[in-house]
Design a protein around this ligand. Structure first.
Ligand code: NAG
Length: 342
Protein backbone atom coordinates (compact mmCIF):
# COMPACT_ATOMS: atom_id res chain seq x y z
CA UNK A 1 0.00 0.00 0.00
CA UNK A 2 2.57 2.51 1.03
CA UNK A 3 4.70 1.91 -2.06
CA UNK A 4 1.59 2.53 -4.23
CA UNK A 5 1.02 5.82 -2.46
CA UNK A 6 4.59 6.85 -3.15
CA UNK A 7 4.15 6.29 -6.87
CA UNK A 8 0.77 7.90 -7.38
CA UNK A 9 1.99 11.41 -6.80
CA UNK A 10 4.77 11.61 -9.41
CA UNK A 11 2.56 10.03 -12.10
CA UNK A 12 -0.23 12.46 -11.34
CA UNK A 13 2.16 15.38 -11.49
CA UNK A 14 3.60 14.25 -14.82
CA UNK A 15 0.12 13.89 -16.32
CA UNK A 16 -0.79 17.28 -14.99
CA UNK A 17 2.16 18.73 -16.84
CA UNK A 18 1.19 17.08 -20.13
CA UNK A 19 -2.54 17.69 -20.16
CA UNK A 20 -3.62 20.78 -22.05
CA UNK A 21 -5.74 22.95 -19.78
CA UNK A 22 -8.92 22.54 -21.91
CA UNK A 23 -9.04 18.81 -21.24
CA UNK A 24 -8.24 18.99 -17.59
CA UNK A 25 -10.94 17.92 -15.21
CA UNK A 26 -11.89 20.76 -12.92
CA UNK A 27 -10.83 18.70 -9.88
CA UNK A 28 -7.32 18.18 -11.20
CA UNK A 29 -4.85 20.76 -10.00
CA UNK A 30 -1.84 21.62 -12.15
CA UNK A 31 1.55 21.51 -10.42
CA UNK A 32 1.73 25.29 -10.70
CA UNK A 33 -1.58 25.57 -8.86
CA UNK A 34 -0.41 23.08 -6.26
CA UNK A 35 2.71 25.14 -5.75
CA UNK A 36 0.71 28.35 -5.42
CA UNK A 37 -1.66 26.72 -2.94
CA UNK A 38 1.13 25.30 -0.81
CA UNK A 39 2.85 28.70 -0.79
CA UNK A 40 -0.21 30.54 0.39
CA UNK A 41 -0.82 27.94 3.08
CA UNK A 42 2.68 28.27 4.55
CA UNK A 43 2.18 29.86 7.94
CA UNK A 44 4.27 33.01 8.40
CA UNK A 45 7.18 32.53 10.79
CA UNK A 46 6.93 34.20 14.18
CA UNK A 47 6.94 37.95 13.39
CA UNK A 48 8.56 38.71 16.73
CA UNK A 49 11.75 36.95 15.69
CA UNK A 50 14.47 38.20 13.35
CA UNK A 51 15.57 35.69 10.74
CA UNK A 52 18.68 37.48 9.48
CA UNK A 53 20.68 37.59 12.71
CA UNK A 54 24.31 38.65 12.76
CA UNK A 55 26.82 37.84 15.48
CA UNK A 56 29.84 40.02 16.29
CA UNK A 57 33.01 38.10 17.10
CA UNK A 58 35.84 39.98 18.84
CA UNK A 59 39.28 39.38 17.33
CA UNK A 60 42.21 38.40 19.57
CA UNK A 61 45.77 39.79 19.38
CA UNK A 62 48.29 37.90 17.23
CA UNK A 63 47.92 35.67 14.18
CA UNK A 64 46.66 32.57 15.98
CA UNK A 65 49.63 30.62 14.60
CA UNK A 66 52.59 31.74 16.74
CA UNK A 67 53.87 34.12 14.05
CA UNK A 68 53.78 31.58 11.21
CA UNK A 69 51.31 33.79 9.30
CA UNK A 70 52.28 37.32 10.26
CA UNK A 71 54.19 39.27 12.88
CA UNK A 72 52.63 42.55 11.75
CA UNK A 73 52.16 45.12 14.50
CA UNK A 74 48.56 45.27 15.65
CA UNK A 75 47.57 42.06 13.87
CA UNK A 76 44.63 40.18 15.37
CA UNK A 77 42.75 37.05 14.38
CA UNK A 78 39.54 35.07 14.71
CA UNK A 79 39.82 31.29 14.43
CA UNK A 80 37.46 30.30 11.62
CA UNK A 81 35.89 27.62 13.83
CA UNK A 82 34.02 30.33 15.77
CA UNK A 83 32.76 31.80 12.51
CA UNK A 84 31.61 28.38 11.30
CA UNK A 85 29.89 27.76 14.64
CA UNK A 86 27.76 30.84 14.07
CA UNK A 87 27.18 30.17 10.38
CA UNK A 88 26.18 26.54 11.04
CA UNK A 89 23.17 27.78 13.01
CA UNK A 90 21.87 30.29 10.47
CA UNK A 91 23.58 33.57 11.26
CA UNK A 92 26.33 35.65 9.71
CA UNK A 93 29.38 37.18 11.34
CA UNK A 94 30.72 40.72 11.61
CA UNK A 95 34.28 40.77 12.95
CA UNK A 96 34.75 43.21 15.84
CA UNK A 97 38.44 43.95 15.41
CA UNK A 98 39.56 44.67 18.97
CA UNK A 99 42.02 47.47 18.17
CA UNK A 100 39.85 49.34 15.66
CA UNK A 101 38.98 52.91 16.66
CA UNK A 102 36.33 52.74 19.42
CA UNK A 103 33.82 54.68 17.26
CA UNK A 104 34.13 52.04 14.53
CA UNK A 105 33.66 49.23 17.02
CA UNK A 106 30.59 50.90 18.51
CA UNK A 107 29.10 51.34 15.03
CA UNK A 108 29.70 47.66 14.26
CA UNK A 109 28.04 46.70 17.53
CA UNK A 110 24.90 48.36 16.17
CA UNK A 111 24.98 45.95 13.21
CA UNK A 112 24.79 42.76 15.24
CA UNK A 113 22.24 40.80 17.26
CA UNK A 114 24.66 39.15 19.69
CA UNK A 115 28.34 38.81 20.49
CA UNK A 116 30.90 36.03 20.95
CA UNK A 117 34.16 36.30 22.92
CA UNK A 118 36.64 33.64 21.77
CA UNK A 119 39.37 31.68 23.48
CA UNK A 120 42.97 32.90 23.56
CA UNK A 121 45.50 34.10 26.12
CA UNK A 122 45.26 37.91 26.37
CA UNK A 123 43.94 38.85 29.82
CA UNK A 124 45.18 42.41 30.17
CA UNK A 125 45.91 45.55 28.18
CA UNK A 126 43.94 46.99 25.33
CA UNK A 127 42.26 43.68 24.47
CA UNK A 128 40.87 43.40 28.00
CA UNK A 129 39.71 47.03 27.82
CA UNK A 130 37.84 46.37 24.56
CA UNK A 131 36.22 43.20 25.88
CA UNK A 132 35.20 45.09 29.04
CA UNK A 133 33.62 47.89 26.98
CA UNK A 134 31.72 45.45 24.77
CA UNK A 135 30.57 43.40 27.75
CA UNK A 136 29.16 46.54 29.40
CA UNK A 137 27.44 47.43 26.12
CA UNK A 138 25.87 43.94 25.96
CA UNK A 139 24.41 44.41 29.45
CA UNK A 140 23.25 47.94 28.56
CA UNK A 141 21.44 46.70 25.47
CA UNK A 142 19.64 44.06 27.50
CA UNK A 143 18.82 46.57 30.24
CA UNK A 144 17.36 48.84 27.55
CA UNK A 145 14.97 46.07 26.47
CA UNK A 146 16.80 44.45 23.58
CA UNK A 147 17.50 40.73 23.89
CA UNK A 148 21.17 40.61 23.04
CA UNK A 149 22.98 37.33 23.75
CA UNK A 150 26.65 36.79 24.55
CA UNK A 151 28.68 33.60 24.36
CA UNK A 152 31.95 33.87 26.31
CA UNK A 153 34.15 30.91 25.47
CA UNK A 154 37.27 29.83 27.43
CA UNK A 155 39.35 33.05 27.69
CA UNK A 156 36.11 34.93 27.04
CA UNK A 157 34.59 33.31 30.12
CA UNK A 158 37.72 34.01 32.19
CA UNK A 159 37.55 37.68 31.17
CA UNK A 160 33.91 38.13 32.13
CA UNK A 161 34.74 36.52 35.50
CA UNK A 162 37.36 39.26 35.94
CA UNK A 163 34.97 41.99 34.80
CA UNK A 164 31.97 40.91 36.88
CA UNK A 165 34.03 40.26 40.04
CA UNK A 166 36.06 43.46 39.47
CA UNK A 167 38.96 41.39 40.77
CA UNK A 168 42.00 40.92 38.53
CA UNK A 169 43.16 38.01 40.70
CA UNK A 170 39.92 36.04 40.63
CA UNK A 171 41.22 33.30 38.30
CA UNK A 172 42.87 30.13 39.60
CA UNK A 173 45.28 27.80 37.81
CA UNK A 174 44.21 24.44 36.46
CA UNK A 175 45.81 21.70 34.36
CA UNK A 176 43.45 21.16 31.47
CA UNK A 177 45.47 21.70 28.31
CA UNK A 178 44.40 19.91 25.15
CA UNK A 179 42.17 17.24 26.66
CA UNK A 180 38.62 16.05 26.28
CA UNK A 181 36.39 15.87 29.33
CA UNK A 182 32.90 15.09 30.55
CA UNK A 183 30.52 17.76 31.86
CA UNK A 184 29.04 17.19 35.32
CA UNK A 185 25.74 18.95 35.89
CA UNK A 186 25.44 20.50 39.33
CA UNK A 187 22.72 19.15 41.61
CA UNK A 188 19.28 20.49 40.71
CA UNK A 189 20.63 22.26 37.65
CA UNK A 190 17.68 23.80 35.82
CA UNK A 191 18.53 23.64 32.13
CA UNK A 192 15.34 25.42 31.00
CA UNK A 193 16.32 28.61 29.21
CA UNK A 194 19.97 27.56 28.98
CA UNK A 195 22.25 26.32 26.21
CA UNK A 196 21.35 22.75 27.24
CA UNK A 197 17.59 23.18 26.94
CA UNK A 198 17.27 21.39 23.60
CA UNK A 199 19.85 18.68 24.26
CA UNK A 200 18.15 15.28 23.95
CA UNK A 201 17.95 13.53 27.37
CA UNK A 202 20.24 10.69 26.19
CA UNK A 203 22.90 13.20 25.16
CA UNK A 204 22.65 14.98 28.53
CA UNK A 205 23.29 11.63 30.20
CA UNK A 206 26.24 10.86 27.94
CA UNK A 207 27.80 14.25 28.67
CA UNK A 208 28.54 13.16 32.23
CA UNK A 209 29.99 9.79 31.17
CA UNK A 210 31.71 10.25 27.79
CA UNK A 211 34.49 12.74 27.11
CA UNK A 212 32.56 14.80 24.57
CA UNK A 213 33.87 18.32 25.13
CA UNK A 214 37.31 19.79 24.48
CA UNK A 215 39.30 21.60 27.15
CA UNK A 216 42.35 23.77 26.57
CA UNK A 217 43.00 26.08 29.48
CA UNK A 218 45.44 26.90 32.23
CA UNK A 219 43.07 29.15 34.18
CA UNK A 220 39.54 28.97 35.44
CA UNK A 221 37.57 29.18 38.64
CA UNK A 222 36.55 26.61 41.23
CA UNK A 223 32.86 26.34 42.15
CA UNK A 224 33.69 27.35 45.75
CA UNK A 225 35.44 30.53 44.71
CA UNK A 226 32.61 31.53 42.38
CA UNK A 227 29.90 30.79 44.96
CA UNK A 228 31.74 32.61 47.74
CA UNK A 229 32.13 35.74 45.65
CA UNK A 230 29.04 37.88 46.10
CA UNK A 231 29.37 39.64 42.72
CA UNK A 232 29.94 36.40 40.79
CA UNK A 233 27.29 34.32 42.54
CA UNK A 234 24.63 36.98 42.11
CA UNK A 235 25.46 37.28 38.39
CA UNK A 236 26.16 33.67 37.42
CA UNK A 237 24.49 30.36 38.01
CA UNK A 238 26.74 27.31 37.64
CA UNK A 239 25.38 24.65 35.28
CA UNK A 240 28.31 22.24 34.96
CA UNK A 241 31.72 21.55 36.44
CA UNK A 242 34.71 19.45 35.32
CA UNK A 243 37.86 18.14 36.95
CA UNK A 244 41.38 18.77 35.71
CA UNK A 245 44.36 16.37 35.55
CA UNK A 246 44.87 16.71 39.31
CA UNK A 247 41.19 16.14 40.11
CA UNK A 248 40.75 19.82 40.84
CA UNK A 249 37.17 20.86 40.13
CA UNK A 250 36.47 23.89 37.97
CA UNK A 251 33.34 25.61 36.73
CA UNK A 252 32.77 24.65 33.09
CA UNK A 253 29.41 26.14 32.06
CA UNK A 254 27.53 29.08 33.55
CA UNK A 255 24.50 31.10 32.60
CA UNK A 256 23.80 34.57 33.81
CA UNK A 257 20.84 34.88 36.15
CA UNK A 258 19.48 38.03 34.49
CA UNK A 259 21.08 38.29 31.07
CA UNK A 260 21.27 36.03 27.99
CA UNK A 261 24.95 35.45 28.75
CA UNK A 262 26.52 31.98 28.69
CA UNK A 263 30.08 31.22 29.77
CA UNK A 264 31.95 28.12 28.63
CA UNK A 265 35.28 26.97 29.98
CA UNK A 266 35.21 24.37 27.17
CA UNK A 267 35.27 24.69 23.38
CA UNK A 268 31.96 23.91 21.66
CA UNK A 269 33.37 25.14 18.30
CA UNK A 270 36.25 22.66 18.14
CA UNK A 271 34.35 19.35 17.92
CA UNK A 272 33.04 20.02 14.42
CA UNK A 273 35.55 22.52 13.10
CA UNK A 274 39.09 21.95 14.42
CA UNK A 275 41.32 19.00 13.49
CA UNK A 276 44.80 19.80 14.86
CA UNK A 277 44.89 18.56 18.47
CA UNK A 278 44.19 14.79 18.41
CA UNK A 279 42.16 14.96 21.65
CA UNK A 280 39.29 16.84 20.01
CA UNK A 281 36.21 14.55 19.99
CA UNK A 282 34.63 14.07 16.55
CA UNK A 283 31.98 11.42 17.23
CA UNK A 284 28.33 11.81 16.23
CA UNK A 285 27.54 12.96 19.76
CA UNK A 286 30.44 15.40 19.80
CA UNK A 287 29.38 17.01 16.53
CA UNK A 288 25.79 17.21 17.73
CA UNK A 289 27.04 19.18 20.74
CA UNK A 290 28.68 21.77 18.45
CA UNK A 291 25.45 22.06 16.51
CA UNK A 292 23.16 22.36 19.53
CA UNK A 293 25.39 24.97 21.16
CA UNK A 294 25.44 26.95 17.91
CA UNK A 295 21.66 26.70 17.59
CA UNK A 296 21.07 28.12 21.04
CA UNK A 297 23.20 31.22 20.42
CA UNK A 298 21.48 31.99 17.14
CA UNK A 299 17.98 31.25 18.48
CA UNK A 300 18.71 33.80 21.21
CA UNK A 301 19.99 36.30 18.64
CA UNK A 302 16.75 35.97 16.65
CA UNK A 303 14.97 37.52 19.66
CA UNK A 304 17.07 40.67 19.28
CA UNK A 305 15.12 43.76 18.26
CA UNK A 306 18.01 45.21 16.27
CA UNK A 307 17.18 45.62 12.55
CA UNK A 308 20.35 47.09 11.03
CA UNK A 309 20.55 48.62 7.55
CA UNK A 310 21.14 45.68 5.18
CA UNK A 311 23.90 47.34 3.15
CA UNK A 312 25.88 48.31 6.25
CA UNK A 313 25.77 44.70 7.37
CA UNK A 314 26.97 43.47 3.95
CA UNK A 315 29.82 46.01 3.99
CA UNK A 316 31.07 44.67 7.32
CA UNK A 317 30.48 40.92 7.10
CA UNK A 318 33.42 38.58 7.55
CA UNK A 319 32.84 37.60 3.88
CA UNK A 320 34.90 40.72 3.11
CA UNK A 321 37.92 38.74 4.40
CA UNK A 322 39.40 35.38 3.44
CA UNK A 323 40.48 32.81 6.00
CA UNK A 324 44.03 31.47 5.85
CA UNK A 325 44.70 27.76 6.11
CA UNK A 326 47.23 27.26 8.88
CA UNK A 327 46.44 23.68 9.87
CA UNK A 328 48.93 22.13 7.50
CA UNK A 329 51.45 22.03 10.33
CA UNK A 330 49.08 19.50 11.95
CA UNK A 331 48.58 21.62 15.06
CA UNK A 332 46.85 24.73 16.23
CA UNK A 333 43.85 26.15 14.38
CA UNK A 334 42.90 24.91 10.94
CA UNK A 335 41.87 28.28 9.52
CA UNK A 336 42.10 31.81 10.85
CA UNK A 337 40.90 35.21 9.72
CA UNK A 338 43.68 37.79 10.12
CA UNK A 339 43.11 41.52 10.59
CA UNK A 340 46.03 43.86 10.08
CA UNK A 341 45.49 47.57 10.67
CA UNK A 342 46.08 49.64 7.53
C1 NAG B 1 57.65 35.91 12.84
O1 NAG B 1 58.75 35.89 13.74
C2 NAG B 1 59.26 34.60 14.01
C3 NAG B 1 60.33 34.71 15.10
O2 NAG B 1 61.27 35.69 14.74
C4 NAG B 1 59.77 33.96 12.75
O3 NAG B 1 60.23 32.65 12.98
C5 NAG B 1 58.65 33.90 11.72
O4 NAG B 1 59.09 33.41 10.49
C6 NAG B 1 58.03 35.29 11.52
N1 NAG B 1 56.84 35.15 10.69
C7 NAG B 1 56.70 35.72 9.48
C8 NAG B 1 55.41 35.43 8.77
O5 NAG B 1 57.53 36.43 8.99
Amino acid sequence: MSSDAVWIIPVFVVLGCLLPSATAHSLILYPSQLARDSRSSCPAPDPNLYYRPVIGIVSHPGDGASGRLTNATGASYIAASYVKLVEAAGARVVPLVYNEPPETLLKKLELVNGVLFTGGWAKTGYYFETVTKIFKKVLEKNDAGDHFPLYAICLGFELILKIVSQDNNILEEFSALSQASTLQFVENANIEGTVFQRFPPELLKKLSIDCLVMQNHRYGISPGKLLNNEKLSSFFEILTTCTDEHDKEYVSTVRSRNYPVTGFQWHPEKNAFEWGPPAIPHTDDAILITQLVANYLVSEARKSLNRPVAQEVLDNLIYNYSPTYCGKAGRGFDEVYIFVPV
